[in-house]
Design a protein around this ligand. Structure first.
Ligand SMILES: Nc1ncnc2c1ncn2[C@@H]1O[C@H](COP(=O)(O)OP(=O)(O)OP(=O)(O)O)[C@@H](O)[C@H]1O
Length: 205
């Protein structure tokens, strides 16, 4: 489904990614590991098409990934570290807009379910700027769950989640895999990686 082939990314003289390759089939999870600064986020940006490799290629179902491609945007639900929310939309409005934009059948029903699952019902009327950092992380994850998806791309999704939140995340990712959704994520939490990874890709080093 997703094929990363020989991806090289340089910043100046420095090759942050030096020929990274891996594949992800439907229902599989690949976890990117490696220390701070290893290049995990850079690789995820190449995977979603918001950055371009200097060499090599990323293909989704055989097509080179381009973030402007409607088929790519329809397939990939993405939570990278620089998630932006609409500043003047409340939590529930943000999720509702996403669900409708992606053509969900009963957006209000799904949004209510996801708000409850993420424990955000009490914050539904708040603007993003007023959320706690953990609530912002939950909103980023909720944004991935109110829309159809074939591939989840997540950058350290465990960050800022409490213990219950991390437990929920592991269970949810396993459920996503069982539904045939693929997962590519950077992760610093060995328990989460153990729970969901079919394969690990060590980046850098
Ligand atoms: N636009 C850029 N220009 C120059 N250097 C960059 C740029 N983007 C990333 N880098 C550098 O590339 C390296 C990899 O960064 P990246 O964010 O991909 O690491 P990471 O593995 O995600 O780290 P962390 O675990 O801390 O999140 C770092 O040294 C970073 O400073």
């Amino acid at each position: 489904m997703l094929e990363v082939e020989g991806v090289v990314r340089r910043f100046g003289e420095k090759a942050v990614l030096d020929g990274v390759s891996f594949r992800v089939e439907p229902g599989e999870a690949v976890v990117l590991t490696g220390p701070n600064g290893a290049g995990k986020t850079t690789l995820l940006r190449c995977v979603v098409g918001s950055d371009k490799p200097d060499a090599g290629a990323v293909r989704l179902n055989g097509r080179v990934v381009d973030e402007a491609d409607p088929l790519v945007r329809a397939a990939m639900a993405v939570a990278l570290d620089d998630v932006d929310f609409f500043p003047d939309l409340a939590v529930v409005e943000h999720l509702d807009l996403l669900a409708r934009a992606h053509g969900v059948d009963e957006p209000e029903v799904l949004v209510d379910e996801v708000l409850e699952e993420l424990g955000l019902e009490g914050a539904a009327a708040q603007l993003p700027v007023t959320l706690s950092s953990g609530q912002r992380q939950r909103l980023a994850l909720a944004s991935c769950l109110v829309r159809p998806r074939r591939l989840l791309v997540l950058d350290e999704p465990e960050q800022r989640l409490d213990v219950a939140g991390r437990r929920w995340l592991a269970e949810r990712l396993l459920a996503e895999k069982a539904d045939g959704v693929s997962v590519v994520m950077a992760c610093h939490d060995p328990d989460l990686a153990d729970a969901v990874a079919d394969r690990r890709v060590e980046v850098g080093g």
